[in-house]
Design a protein around this ligand. Structure first.
Ligand code: UGA
Length: 463
């Protein structure tokens, strides 16, 4: 059955959700305050890069199931179901989440709701937010108690957004236990094709649904910082963190995913979510949670500083050293540079006096906007021209395929810092390069020529 849906906020989360809801056969209006974004989407163009999403946009525009507007009243009149998918960035004055965009949607939308409707919050919010917003909606909406709010967190990954939305691991719905609710019935209609496919559907209270989201991201971040802490131990003991992760991963209770050591996590979600969760846990007096999260954040920051220390060591000193930084996006197959470890490291190296040139296959436009003071090259070769050290900081396929002969005659010094442990050290060392990974030992002469220590499986799609 087709449902009339409005999605508020057409950033990464909202645009993906709107397009995927249309793909399920619903009639969707996407709402945003940014006219430029609306114009792009109307003309069939995505405001960001995401594999497979462009086809969904064109197909559903052509099918007449999808349109875009800046008008809240148009959306309020049209839709029975409203998804709130605006951003909750870190506040500029604290670690907490900035809820002003979520609040603005509620304050603008609720007074326009004159007939029964269900609002589903998708944005990542501090625990306690849904309860407060539900009361505010009842207060503001002319249709009163017949307008309900429920919370439906989103777990999609950039680069896999369409797959994760249409074939999610689970659906979670937080409902208001204090009020009778139609939200579950309505959610079952909206997500019917997914539920028919057997996607687990967990209905719970507001607080648990808000916590599932931040706890999931906190756990993922903890796994990454854990393995980066182990990499630090490996660096002191000549252990090999890649092999360690592989061996740990065979234990199904631990699992192999998210145990890739390197320069740590970035992006628009993990860093700000663990900080906001830590701030909220602190407010609630949950000291254990805030302590773990602060430690995870500290280790992540240390991972970036460690890459700078290694670069200083291999270059002798940073002032005047010509450093090629390969990678600007926070992860491969994305043009997103929000809190990107690669760009943060590039910027810090430049501040320490290094002559840094950055190259990324996809994220150059966004990188230039965020760090206009850095130098950029339009090809990998140009970035590495005359380099004293080449740093691989995002594991794009283009970089993973690199062979020493591609760079032997391009660089000034044969020095490679593999900040993502994504290259096989043996051919580089055999070709006379200094190879430095993260938590990986220097190979001895007899080991040079042995097969790759890290299997390609580690970097397979979805890993
Ligand atoms: C993350 C979560 O994985 C999603 O489940 C969640 O829905 C999303 O945040 C969100 O809250 O919206 P995403 O930001 O797309 O998704 O990125 P991830 O794939 O989680 O990667 C995050 C960072 O961790 C990247 O910088 C990546 O390079 C790094 N990473 C990942 C590692 O350093 N090591 C690993 O083993 C895995």
């Amino acid at each position: 059955m087709s449902v009339r849906i409005a999605v508020f906020g057409l950033g990464y989360l909202g645009a993906t959700h709107a397009l995927c809801m249309a793909e399920l056969g619903h009639h969707v209006v996407g709402v945003d305050v940014d006219m430029k974004k609306i114009d792009m989407l109307r003309s069939g163009e995505l405001p960001f890069y995401e594999p497979g999403l462009g086809e969904l946009l064109q197909r559903n525009l052509a099918a007449g199931r999808l349109r875009f507007t800046t008008s809240y009243s148009e959306a309020a009149q049209f839709a029975q179901v409203h998804f709130i998918a605006v951003g909750t960035p870190q506040r500029s004055d604290s670690l907490a989440a900035d809820l002003s965009h979520v609040d603005a949607v509620i304050e603008s939308l609720a007074p326009l709701l004159t007939k029964p409707a269900v609002l589903f919050g998708k944005s990542t919010v501090p625990v306690g937010t849904a309860k407060r917003l539900a009361a505010r909606v009842r207060e503001l909406a002319p249709a009163g108690e017949t307008v309900e709010l429920a919370w439906n967190p989103e777990f999609l990954r950039e680069g896999f957004a369409v797959h994760d939305t249409l074939k999610p691991d689970r659906l979670v719905l937080g409902v208001d236990s204090a009020h009778p609710s139609r939200a579950e019935t309505v959610a079952r209609e909206v997500f019917a094709p997914l539920l028919d496919d057997g996607v687990p559907f967990l209905v719970t209270d507001f607080a648990t649904s808000e916590l599932v989201k931040v706890a999931a991201n906190a756990f993922l971040a903890t796994k990454i910082s854990f393995i980066n802490a182990m990499a630090e131990v490996c660096d002191h003991t000549a252990g090999d963190v890649s092999m360690l992760a592989e061996a740990l991963g065979y234990d199904p209770r631990i699992g192999r995913e998210f145990l890739r050591a390197g320069v740590g996590f970035g992006g628009g979600c993990l860093p700000k979510d663990i900080r906001a969760f830590s701030a909220r846990a602190d407010e609630l007096g949950a000291k254990g949670a805030s302590a773990i999260l602060m430690a995870v954040d500290d280790i992540n920051t240390r991972s970036r500083s460690h890459a700078i220390d290694v670069t200083r060591e291999v270059c002798g000193s940073l002032p005047g050293a010509r450093v090629a930084v390969l990678g600007a996006a926070f992860k491969p197959d994305s043009d997103d540079v929000r809190d990107s470890p690669a760009l943060d490291i590039a910027n810090q190296l430049q501040r320490h006096g290094a002559d840094v040139v950055v190259y990324d296959p996809m994220a150059m436009g966004n990188a230039r906007l965020q760090f206009p003071g850095l130098s950029y090259a339009s090809t990998l070769g140009d970035a590495c021209e005359g380099a004293d050290a080449v740093l691989v900081l995002t594991e794009w396929a283009e970089f993973r395929k690199l062979h020493p002969r591609d760079l032997d005659t391009v660089v000034r010094c044969k020095v490679l810092v593999d900040g993502r442990n994504c290259l096989d050290p043996a051919p580089w060392q055999k070709a006379g390069w200094t190879y430095r990974g993260i938590g990986r030992p220097e190979l001895t002469v007899t080991e040079i020529g042995v097969p790759a220590r890290v299997s390609d499986r580690e970097f397979a799609v979805g890993a």
